[in-house]
Design a binder for this molecule. Structure first.
Ligand SMILES: C[S@@+](CC[C@H](N)C(=O)[O-])C[C@H]1O[C@@H](n2cnc3c(N)ncnc32)[C@H](O)[C@@H]1O
Length: 257
């Protein structure tokens, strides 16, 4: 682009509430530049005028920026650890309170609901699922998925909790839906909910700067009950967990001290 990215970042903050300074700059700028070129403009200011005046283009930008790929049972080894090593410590609870932070289209919180239902009735599973992107939350609430996003899900869950609504798409059952409450939430600026037994935040921290990640680890620690667990993505381990009030209990699982 021929003009100033610093000015663009300020304009994006005021238009969307997303602070690009908290995202790793090279990666994010490359993505944005390629989207702008696809829109056949060559300056940030021309692109700003487009998204200011065209709601669809604005939403396309937010959705593109937030990189919302997801799938059910993503990284199966991690779900196995959750079931075998973490859930046994939670089964004594009356109700389990879970936060799926940066939940995208709902694949992650719904996977958690199905897994926890092996150990808890649905009315004792309370999942708060949040994301900053309104579009993905809308899709999550609809609960309709393409066959391919379920390819990793254990077959028993698929048979029990989904019904085909067309040749290629399936809808998740109301009993699973009912235990997940979707809400808009920006991890970088909104106050955090609290009192959770488990927080899952996967495949989003990789996009943030170290300062932003530290802010989020501190927030998650406060949001957990004592002894609660934090579940991160496969490439997102905390280097010094003790500095944030955690001990490492297994790969990508941390416990609040
Ligand atoms: C790659 S998806 C991860 C979805 C799911 N956790 C998984 O692992 O499959 C990343 C999600 O993070 C969300 N996101 C990005 N920045 C965020 C922020 N500051 N606050 C909340 N969500 C954010 C995006 O909208 C996107 O839906």
């Amino acid at each position: 682009m021929t003009d100033n990215y610093e000015v663009f970042k300020k304009q994006i903050l005021s238009l969307t509430g997303i602070d690009l300074n908290s995202y790793k700059e090279n990666q994010m700028k490359r993505r944005i530049d390629s989207l702008i070129l696809r829109n056949k403009v060559s300056t940030y200011s021309d692109y700003i005028s487009i998204i200011r005046n065209d709601r669809d283009k604005f939403e396309e930008f937010v959705t593109y920026l937030t990189i919302n790929v997801s799938e059910f049972w993503r990284n199966p080894d991690q779900w196995d650890i959750l079931e075998k090593q973490i859930i046994p410590n939670l089964t004594g609870l009356g109700t389990v309170k879970i936060w799926s932070a940066a939940c995208s289209t709902g694949d992650e919180p719904y996977s958690a609901a199905m897994l926890f239902n092996k150990y808890f009735p649905f009315d004792r599973i309370h999942i708060t699922a949040t994301d900053l992107d309104k579009q993905v939350l809308k899709k999550a609430k609809e609960g309709i998925y393409e066959e391919k996003s379920l390819k990793g899900l254990p077959i028993g869950f698929k048979h029990k909790f989904f019904r085909n609504i067309s040749e290629t798409s399936l809808q998740i059952s109301d009993e699973v839906k009912r235990c997940v409450l979707f809400k808009e939430h920006n991890l970088l600026k909104d106050p955090y909910p609290d009192n959770f037994d488990l927080i899952m935040c996967r495949n989003v921290l990789i996009y943030f700067t170290d300062d932003a990640k530290n802010h989020i680890y501190e927030g998650f620690n406060r949001a957990l009950k004592k002894g609660g667990y934090l579940f991160l993505g496969t490439t997102e381990q905390i280097l010094k967990p003790a500095e944030f009030g955690f001990t490492s209990v297994s790969s990508f699982f941390y416990k609040k001290v």
